[in-house]
Design a protein around this ligand. Structure first.
Ligand SMILES: C[S@@+](CC[C@H](N)C(=O)[O-])C[C@H]1O[C@@H](n2cnc3c(N)ncnc32)[C@H](O)[C@@H]1O
Length: 242
């Protein structure tokens, strides 16, 4: 049996016949379809109902809403990452949906490094026990993103980064610039609360290169494959130029 690599480009992995790939303009139709399908599945699930019950019992202030959790789950399942880093872990609503996606894809070796600065919050408290302990996939890291990066305590090569810490324009842009180079080809930059300022659209705009004649995206020199926004989640799929 052919062994599935720990991480491979999802649109290549899921295509049964690579010679019949869609044109580059519609290459990602299947991505949107898959993410929407996974998101729909989790929204209607008992897991979602249980997480909302836990969140409401704990107090929902500052945690990710149901629509965005579903999108995050869909993106994670579609990507099948081995290494995920999230900033702003807090009580773990977003973490729970990432871990659930990893479990549903049977990625038993995958790791979620969850960064939380506040000593006051119970980091990851909402995460169901079976997801937290299943494979040791949840790795809580107490500290400021800035300090952990300075001390070189975070993985240098990652498949997915979720921003959900401080939502100031400066900090968001700073995190995108710090973690984008660590993402591998086909890796996902995900941000929560992209509506709060112009950081996400500005960052994405800078990844474009344009063809002089047509004024359209020059796919070869552009450093993303696709990007989008759903609810308050923004995402960009990184492309490494060869
Ligand atoms: C919006 S909440 C995160 C919600 C969480 N993702 C969830 O869905 O449950 C933001 C969190 O980011 C943390 N935070 C803010 N700035 C940070 C920084 N520079 N480094 C690490 N954590 C930070 C805050 O302490 C807060 O708990």
């Amino acid at each position: 049996m052919k062994k599935m690599p720990a991480f491979s480009l999802p649109w290549r992995r899921r295509s049964k016949n690579p010679s019949q790939m869609e044109s580059s303009a519609t290459q990602f139709y299947a991505t949107w379809d898959a993410v929407a399908r996974f998101a729909q599945e989790i929204r209607a699930s008992d897991f979602m109902a249980e997480m909302i019950r836990r969140r409401d019992a704990y107090g929902s202030e500052g945690v990710m809403g149901a629509l965005d959790c579903a999108t995050l789950y869909g993106l994670t399942r579609w990507l099948r990452p081995a290494v995920v880093v999230e900033s702003g872990g807090f009580i773990g609503m977003s973490s729970a949906f990432i871990l659930k996606a990893l479990a549903d894809e049977e990625l038993t070796k995958a790791k979620l490094y969850s960064i939380e600065w506040s000593e006051e919050c119970e980091h990851g408290a909402l995460i169901p026990e079976e997801l937290r302990s299943a494979s040791g996939g949840f790795v809580p890291m107490r500290g400021k993103v800035e300090d952990l990066l300075k001390r070189d305590q975070l993985p240098r090569c990652i498949d997915m980064f979720l921003h959900d810490s401080s939502h100031s324009y400066r900090h968001m842009l700073w995190e995108f610039r710090q973690f984008w180079p660590r993402l591998r080809d086909g890796g996902l930059l995900v941000s929560h609360d992209v509506q709060m300022n112009a950081a996400f659209p500005e960052f994405v705009a800078k990844t474009y290169a344009h063809d002089k004649k047509t004024g359209r995206r020059d796919a070869k020199r552009t450093s993303h494959y696709e990007w989008g926004r759903w609810g308050y989640i923004g995402f960009a799929i990184k492309k490494v130029s060869r």
